[in-house]
Design a protein around this ligand. Sequence first.
Ligand SMILES: [Mg+2]
Length: 297
Amino acid sequence: MSDRRLRRRQGTAGTDNKRRADGPHDISGLLDGVSVVLLDIEGTTTPITFVKDELFPYVRSHVRQHLEEHWKEEECQEDIAALRKQAKEDKEMDGVVLIPECTTDDDEETRRKVLSAVVDNVLWNMDADRKVTALKQLQGHMWRAAYQTGKIKGEVYPDVVPAIRGWLETGRQVYIYSSGSVEAQKLLFGFSTEGDLLELFSGHFDTTTGLKVETESYRRIAKAVGCDPANILFLTDVVREAKPSREAGMKTCLTVRPGNAPLTEEDWANYPVIKSFSELACNVSPTKMRSRGKAAT
Ligand SMILES: [Mg+2]
């Protein structure tokens, strides 16, 4: 990216390193009065590239193998039927791949023909970056199998778990709010690079609660966790999410991680910013950690 474009993305004043290094916001009191920490995933607990660079390429390279292995299973046949129905609806679109009818009793030649059509259909949908339910459904089933068999691990930054344990030790609760489905969230944290982390969370929210750019969603979450918004701290990398959460009355902090979209000067001026969860870590004494046994280690 050219310097000029970079400056435009970062704000017209360009980079003010001194101000950034000092940080216009004091974050030392950010956890004061906070009883619930609400976490975004991509760009916050997890590299923003995880979905793009790991999950999606996995589907592309393993879709044929997945169909071969699960062909006779009801769930797999339902996934194929959903893609076939979607393809019929898309028949006017350029390059759409229709999927012939099939049954699990078909001969080998028919099966192979249908299977290839499904693979081509999935790749066509992914190339076009389509968000249709039929595609998401198959992807979700493939990722579930991949997590469960250890082919994929949910990437979680190493500073995340120690900070969460500190928040829990100091009586706080931690929830997740992500655009990815609750099921996908649970797979990511249940089979993560840091082990099974699900016991750390009191609950999960996804877009069934509302879009992350809408103020009402954050009000709903506050209600659901039974907490005044003022006692909730939301961590996210996206200003379009930080703004509505603040409008709902939550405390908000932006996270800067490698690969995240750069923040503007205005963002740095408007929000507290952290580069690691360790900046918000609570100091829990080693004695207390030991006395709580294995769960606190
Ligand atoms: Mg994010």
